[in-house]
Design a protein around this ligand. Structure first.
Ligand code: G3P
Length: 217
């Protein structure tokens, strides 16, 4: 399973990339706002750090405007993946951008039928939002399972990019279901390493090591 980091914070991306945990990056208008930077500059900085796909989202809602923005974003770097919303215009843009040989991430997916449409439009990635469904009392992981089944039934190549991942349990569940990619905030990715028995065990080993009076090397 690939790990994408869901942030436009360049320092966080650099830190996680140095750990070997970044296969790609996803951004959105809210994350660009949070970064305080301009989309073209922030996206370029991220693409200079990460060689995998870096999703940058169009802000237009009408097809021809989306295509203009997609062309501008595509000029930033070869690994920019154009993110479009799951609307009819977004699907049309997806098809056109893919035929130009670019990567496309279709975002704001909340149903299996939407995911089916994105696959038929040739999306590189489909982004079902797990956490936002959970927020409504609907199990977001059920959607990941449904999409996995549908894509496998028909051999669709679109990769399932589980998004709106908020917890370490989301990551485990997505991996068990067979999502191709998860995108999670830096804090969630870093939290994956934590286990109280690891901390307790390390504490004991260090205490015993001190008692040996030995050094290594
Ligand atoms: O990439 C978009 C998605 O991950 C948003 O997450 O937590 O704002 O629902 P969230």
């Amino acid at each position: 399973m690939k790990f994408f980091v869901d942030t436009a914070d360049v320092n966080e991306i650099r830190e996680l990339n140095d750990l070997g945990l970044v296969d790609g990056v996803t951004t959105n208008p809210s994350l660009i706002l949070k970064s305080g930077g301009k989309i073209a500059e922030v996206t370029k900085q991220i693409c200079d750090i990460v060689s995998g796909p870096v999703s940058a989202e169009v802000a237009a809602t009408e097809y021809s405007e989306m295509m203009k923005e997609a062309n501008a974003l595509a000029k930033i770097a070869d690994n920019v993946c154009i993110k479009v919303p799951l609307t009819l215009d977004g699907l049309k843009a997806c098809k056109a951008i893919r035929s130009d040989g670019r990567l496309v991430n279709v975002t704001l997916c909340f149903s299996a039928n939407q995911a089916l449409l994105a696959a038929k439009a040739g999306a590189t990635f489909i982004s079902p939002f797990v956490g936002r469904l959970d927020d409504m009392g609907i199990d977001g992981m059920d959607l990941i399972s449904e999409i996995r089944t549908i894509y496998d039934n028909y051999g669709f190549q679109t990769e399932i990019l589980a998004a709106s991942i908020r917890t370490v349990n989301h990551v485990k569940q997505a991996a068990l279901i067979g999502a191709d990619v998860i995108t999670a905030p830096p804090a969630t990715l870093k939290a994956l390493v934590k286990h109280p028995l690891t901390d307790k065990g390390l504490e004991q080993f260090l205490a015993d090591w001190k008692k040996t009076g030995q050094t290594i090397g």
